[in-house]
Design a protein around this ligand. Structure first.
Ligand SMILES: Cc1ncc(COP(=O)(O)O)c(C=O)c1O
Length: 378
């Protein structure tokens, strides 16, 4: 029998938000990490073009793999042969592929808590064991080499994300190198989820490939490229794992949507438009950082990148789910409860996504400020 895994609580918040919307209420969606913008214009135009000319059979775009390989060279100075790149339907199947090909049933995978809800659950669903390392303010809510080294039992795998969900924190270069060093020493395989690359508000983002050429790298068109519903991503496997990844993807998933692959290739050269989105997120982040102290939310993780703010709400509640639902009912602002990201401490945290338009952020803050000021403190 399959493992029981927990649902994503933010989905029930979103479902309620959509009911309220259907009843005529204006809702501001800060619960999911998805850009409110669509795919780049040129990518949409390319998709229109091929719709009239292509049969859209099973297809793996060689030009897209070559473009991704060039991206590694240009962005990180790392050479990646195209045979190591698998095109997937987003980061989610890339993560499944990496876990399934790299580990044996029962293997222990170390990861940060808080972290993306699907990590823990996907690890469990595939019959591996998540080893959650509690990460607080001292380590900017991120996994560290020291914490991995201190584990009483050595893990076979390490799963990390920088920038991270739900915090947006970025692991500095030296720490990534130290994690790669520990992994090598203890014989653990690294999976690096680089889905938020391209979204930094200061610190330089490094790929784990710069430090560990044998890491599995997960990436996607869902965030920076603003193409979540197109379902497109990729996995870079280590040289010796590439053939196995190819066999797994062929059997488990076949190919990613042809239409999305055509559009994705063009999106990778739509930098001006995409950097325009980052400018909007930067402005939104500044507005949020300015306003949050007025809401009584002074304790937040430093949002170096991605488009999230993870805030401590313990002065108001010890039940983040009830708190987020009340906030939604009374203001129409949908947010994500911390329990999704951290089953132990998350009852006193919530996550805001600021991947909206700046007008929407201003409208949300206009509703949040009086509401938070009116909340009784514990
Ligand atoms: C850290 C992280 N990894 C993976 C995913 C899944 O993304 P995709 O849409 O590419 O499957 C998400 C989605 O929010 C995420 O936040």
């Amino acid at each position: 029998m399959g493992q029981d895994i927990a649902p994503f609580q933010a989905i029930s918040i979103s479902r309620r938000a959509h009911e309220m919307k259907a009843a005529g209420k204006r809702i501001l969606h800060m619960e999911f990490g998805q850009p409110s913008t669509g795919a780049p214009q040129a990518a949409i135009a390319a998709a229109h073009g091929v719709l009239d000319t292509e049969a859209m059979g099973y297809w793996e775009s060689v030009p897209l793999k070559e473009r991704i390989a060039r991206h590694y060279l240009e962005t990180y100075g790392v050479e990646v042969r195209t045979r190591r790149i698998a095109i997937t339907c987003g980061a989610s199947p890339a993560l499944v592929l990496a876990l399934a090909t790299a580990f044996n049933p029962g293997d222990r995978i170390a990861l940060a808590r808080p972290g993306y809800v699907a990590y823990r659950n996907t690890i469990r669903a595939l019959n591996f064991e998540p080893v959650e390392i509690p990460c607080g303010e001292e380590t900017r809510f991120q996994i560290s080499a020291a914490a991995i080294e201190a584990l009483p039992e050595k893990p076979q795998g390490i799963l990390l994300a920088s920038p991270a969900n739900p915090t947006g924190t970025i692991i500095p270069r030296e720490e990534l190198a130290a994690i790669a060093g520990v992994a090598k020493r203890i014989g653990a395989r690294i999976i690096s989820d680089e889905i938020y690359h391209g979204l930094s508000y200061g610190p330089k983002i490094h790929s784990m490939l710069e430090f560990d050429p044998d890491a599995y790298i997960v990436n996607s068109f869902s965030k920076y490229f603003s193409m979540a519903g197109w379902r497109l991503g990729w996995l870079v496997s280590p040289e010796e794992g590439a053939q196995r990844t190819g066999a797994y993807i062929g059997n488990l998933f076949l190919t990613a949507p042809s239409l999305a692959q055509h559009a994705g290739l063009v999106a990778m050269d739509s930098r001006d438009e995409l950097e325009g989105h980052v400018d909007v997120y930067r402005a939104n982040r500044a507005l949020m950082l300015d306003a949050l102290p007025r809401l009584g939310l002074e304790r937040i993780a430093p949002p170096d990148g991605a488009f999230y703010i993870y805030a401590d709400i313990s002065r108001f509640t010890d039940d983040s789910m009830v708190f987020c639902l009340k906030l939604l009912e009374e203001t129409g602002v949908a947010t994500a409860p911390g329990v999704d990201f951290d089953p132990v401490e998350g009852h006193r945290f919530m996550r805001f996504s600021f991947a909206l338009s700046t007008d929407e952020i201003l409208e949300a803050l206009g509703r949040l400020e009086p509401w938070f000021r009116a909340q009784p403190q514990r």
